[in-house]
Design a protein around this ligand. Structure first.
Ligand SMILES: [Zn+2]
Length: 272
């Protein structure tokens, strides 16, 4: 099992670095005002707030052009991205920040706790596969201050484990019926960075794994109508979507969030 996962990961990393077009994913809507603009390996989400676009995660440098094409494919203009929010600072999520900030002038938001990853190119064991470009951070998340742009609010919750500063988002969006839906995005659930070997190699606290497990239980108490993952494979996202790209209805399932967290908690518990 572990071998199969790592072989698959190695193939995806190789494609992202050398044949990025093989990871092309047609963009689709996951919720009212929220769109998937990532590739088949790494997620990225575009939110049309009514007061500028928000982009959550950017994928690696080499695949960033696919994010920009997905934004354009949906009829939006990458120049209108006003804010970039990062789930965590591993290069597969932050590698495109510099490019997108250069194009749009967007403000970059991340957790203070992940700052170290910006100066450790070897993070996640990806070594020098992908180009690392530095970027200025404009704002750090404050979980006591809900972000509000246009008709969309985003509550951040620090959920360490996958990295010290992994941040989860609860995005409240208006639906067509005058009500609202809550979209839940856990910022990072990969068990690859929660093994004893990994913690030792990178000098990280082994308590991060237990914190992840405990937070999964806490997060389950939050009502989430639509659960979306930071990597599509982590939440079986591609198998749950409609054939019609704008039809998000198959993703509305208030039981999915807890189901997802239970599965991810189980993977981390196996490492303990
Ligand atoms: Zn990661």
């Amino acid at each position: 099992m572990a071998d199969a996962i790592s072989k698959n990961a190695a193939l995806l990393w190789d494609h992202a670095a050398n044949k990025p077009w093989l990871l092309t994913q047609k963009p689709f809507r996951v919720a009212p005002r929220v769109y998937y603009v990532g590739n088949t390996w790494v997620g990225a989400y575009l939110i049309d707030t009514g007061d500028g676009l928000v982009l959550i995660d950017t994928t690696v440098f080499e695949t960033t052009y696919l994010v920009l094409e997905a934004v354009r494919d949906l009829g939006f203009d990458p120049h209108d991205i006003k804010n970039i929010l990062l789930t965590h600072c591993h290069v597969d999520h932050s590698g495109g920040v510099n490019q997108i900030k250069t194009i749009s002038g967007a403000a970059v938001w991340q957790s203070r706790e992940d700052t170290a990853f910006m100066t450790q190119p070897a993070n996640l064991g990806l070594g020098d596969k992908f180009k690392i470009t530095e970027y200025p951070v404009d704002e750090y998340f404050d979980d006591d201050k809900t972000l509000q742009w246009g008709n969309v609010s985003i509550k951040t919750v620090l959920t360490p484990g996958h990295t010290p500063g992994t941040t989860s988002f609860f995005i409240t969006v208006p639906d067509d019926k005058g009500s609202s839906l809550v979209v839940g995005l856990h910022g990072g659930v990969g068990p690859n960075t929660m093994t004893d070997e990994y913690f030792e190699k990178f000098g990280l606290d082994k308590g991060l794994r237990q914190r992840f497990i405990e937070d999964c239980d806490k997060l389950k108490a939050v009502h989430v109508d639509i659960a979306i993952p930071s990597h599509p494979a982590h939440g079986d996202l591609m198998s749950r979507i409609s054939d019609a790209p704008m039809d998000y209805s198959p993703l509305v399932d208030p039981t999915e969030w807890a189901r997802f967290l239970n599965i991810r908690k189980g993977f981390a518990q196996q490492l303990a």
